[in-house]
Design a protein around this ligand. Structure first.
Ligand code: MRU
Length: 338
């Protein structure tokens, strides 16, 4: 990506000069703008409105958020109970991606040693999150080469699982990029991912950066595209994987998994180990975020339903483990249904 690498000057998320900087993902693909996040309020706002999003990037936000809170506590003379409450606000800013909570919890012990120690611990967590991606990508590419007869491969994906969602490289998109690097990728089918268009806005932008051929389809066309034989496998990310292998991911994933099963192609989930939550026994206990109705009833500020129409805006769905061919992490390939 070197010639037009926007991440060289604009990290997806990083610690810089006493605060957090992050690409404002709501402005893509039209504008690459770095957001400066100096307070817990700024961070919670960025996470809630999806300026900072995607499970591993949320893990990084949680970790860096602890350093931010520690600095703000010192600046503003917060009591211990105020600091605890602010940590809770960061941890709970979004409920489904377990990575946010994990990122927070990994840095909390360092808070006792002061803001600088929290800063060092947080940066180490972000480095670990970034480093896991390449390993997931290589392992996932190995798995698909083995599982799919055809070369080069055509992959169907949903939402955005690239560097934007993962600090660097990507999980699902990392697998796709690893295949591309090996010369084993033909084309990617990208679901647009309503209502906030993470597929068409973000994944297509990232695929353009690395020169990967793709076709974007509206979400309703995804299962039909699979029935038509347009892909050899589906590769997605995850926001939380339960101990039994049930997978929470962006709304629309479940329909794609059903269609992959029907079409007889592998349905592969690429995610770091930190996304697997041993405390969540099955998908039934995963909290699925409900977002504002206006995200569905309106499109970029314009109403697209009759005035007063109500919407159900599930941000995620849960795919049962028996539809998951494999969960590929940085350490292993887990096949929950076998
Ligand atoms: O609401 P978002 O954009 O944060 O949802 C993101 C997804 O559902 C991704 O597929 C998931 O976080 C995996 S990112 C590697």
């Amino acid at each position: 990506m070197s010639e037009k690498d926007p991440y060289a000057e604009n990290p997806v998320i990083a610690w810089r000069e006493g605060g957090i900087v992050a690409i404002d993902q709501t402005l893509l693909p039209d504008e690459v703008r770095l957001l400066r996040i100096d307070t817990v309020d700024d961070l919670v706002d960025a996470v809630v409105r999806l300026a900072v999003r995607g499970a591993p990037t949320l893990g990084a936000a949680g970790a860096l958020g602890m350093a931010l809170a520690a600095h703000q506590a010192r600046r503003s003379g917060w009591s211990a109970s105020r600091l605890k409450a602010e940590i809770g606000r960061i941890r709970d800013a979004r409920p489904t991606a377990v990575n946010l909570r994990v990122g927070v919890e990994e840095v909390v012990p360092a808070l006792a040693d002061g803001p600088e120690a929290a800063e060092r611990a947080a940066v180490a967590v972000v480095d670990r999150i970034a480093a896991a991606n390449r390993r997931i990508g290589e392992r996932g590419a190995d798995f698909l080469v083995e599982a799919c007869g055809r070369r080069p491969l055509r992959i169907h994906t949903h939402c955005n699982t690239g560097a934007l969602a993962c600090v660097e490289w990507g999980t699902g998109l990392g697998v796709i990029r690893s295949l591309h690097e090996r010369g084993l990728l033909d084309q990617v089918i990208v679901d647009e991912t309503r209502p906030l268009l993470q597929g068409s806005r973000l994944t297509c932008w990232e695929l353009d950066l690395v020169g990967i051929d793709y076709r974007v389809v509206c979400d309703g066309a995804g299962p039909f595209a699979l029935q038509q034989g347009l892909a050899d496998a589906v590769v997605v990310g995850a926001d939380r994987v339960a101990a039994n292998g049930d997978v929470a991911n962006k709304i629309g994933t479940y329909g794609l998994a059903l269609a992959a099963d029907r079409a007889g192609v592998p349905f592969v989930v690429a995610a770091p180990e930190s996304t697997i939550d041993p405390a969540t026994e099955t998908g039934a206990s995963i909290v699925v975020e409900h977002r504002a109705e206006e995200e569905v009833t309106h499109f970029r500020g314009m109403r697209v339903t009759p005035a007063g129409a109500r919407a159900l805006n599930y941000a995620f769905d849960v795919t049962p483990a028996d539809l998951v061919s494999a969960v590929v992490t940085e350490d292993r390939v887990w096949t929950p249904r076998s």
